[in-house]
Design a protein around this ligand. Structure first.
Ligand SMILES: Nc1ncnc2c1ncn2[C@@H]1O[C@H](COP(=O)(O)OP(=O)(O)OP(=O)(O)O)[C@@H](O)[C@H]1O
Ligand SMILES: [Mg+2]
Length: 254
């Protein structure tokens, strides 16, 4: 059984069809890429998978349970973690505190009450710190735990965002353009971190425009174009698919 299944999902915003009848599955231990030109519907699909928006039609199953109409904290609690296309690192907070901001969403006290010093929150605080530190270890950033996040180079900022998502203990991790703005060396390090996460038993679905990175790291690729799935398969097959090449006309996939 797939860990995550997108089944005939359509999403409309008024007259705009951002996703149309999209179906694909994600299997345990995979690194799968979701690619497509700007506006293809990739982030929209992530929003549906993480409870931030609801499909107009169709279903999203996570471990067999329909999660298409859950709230974000429910999707997170079930095991769907995500990062965002636009960086949300708090420069003035330490690296560890940036991760704790994410962990609060998973704690029993919840994100809102975490801002107040409720007794329950205090009990949670120690375990939040431990989990956050553990998440930093998983991506190899623990040595910088106490440094201000503002001082991190771009590559490590992106890895920090991944650590924050890991702190919610996801089974599936959705990464929205993790390599954006990174140089070659940083992209290679990122690939290393993502493989490490997969080796720790987390299934990864990533949106990315950097085709070198996608083809290097993915077991399988799904291609969206104007909200429709136009191809799905191993990287080599996708690189040579006529319809994919047409959708990316003028862009070099190799
Ligand atoms: N909340 C919204 N309201 C109205 N239209 C939206 C909304 N969110 C997305 N769209 C539209 O849906 C389409 C798909 O957008 P989406 O952000 O999912 O694309 P994307 O594949 O992530 O693109 P990019 O590669 O540029 O990030 C676009 O035409 C976008 O303008
Ligand atoms: Mg996007």
């Amino acid at each position: 059984m797939p860990i995550l299944k997108v089944e005939a999902v359509t999403k409309r915003f008024g007259g705009l069809e951002a996703l149309r009848d999209v179906t694909f599955s994600l299997y345990d231990g995979q690194i799968k890429a979701l690619i497509g030109p700007n506006g293809a519907g990739k982030t929209t699909l992530f929003n549906l998978m993480s409870g931030m928006d609801r499909p107009t039609a169709g279903h999203i199953y996570f471990g067999g349970k329909d999660i298409g109409r859950l709230a974000p904290h429910q999707a997170s609690r079930l095991g769907v973690g995500r990062t965002f296309q636009h960086s949300k690192v708090f420069d003035d907070l330490s690296v560890l505190d940036n991760v704790k901001v994410g962990r609060h969403a998973k704690s029993t006290a919840g994100l809102l009450s975490a801002f107040f010093t409720l007794p329950r929150h205090r009990r949670d605080e120690r375990s939040i710190s431990e989990h956050a530190y553990h998440a930093l270890r998983r991506v190899g950033l623990e040595a910088k735990a106490e440094e201000p996040a503002g001082g991190l180079p771009m590559g490590e900022r992106h890895v920090l965002e991944i650590a924050r998502a890991l702190a919610t203990e996801p089974r599936v991790l959705l990464l929205d353009e993790p390599a954006a703005g990174l140089n070659n060396e940083e992209t290679d390090q990122l690939a290393e971190s993502v493989r490490r996460i997969r080796d720790q038993g987390i299934t990864v679905l990533l949106v990315e425009h950097d085709m070198g990175f996608v083809m290097d790291i993915s077991d399988e690729v799904v291609v969206l174009d104007y909200g429709r799935k136009i191809a799905e398969g191993p990287p080599l097959m996708i690189q040579n698919d006529e319809e994919v090449i047409r959708a990316y006309l003028g862009e070099d996939l190799n």
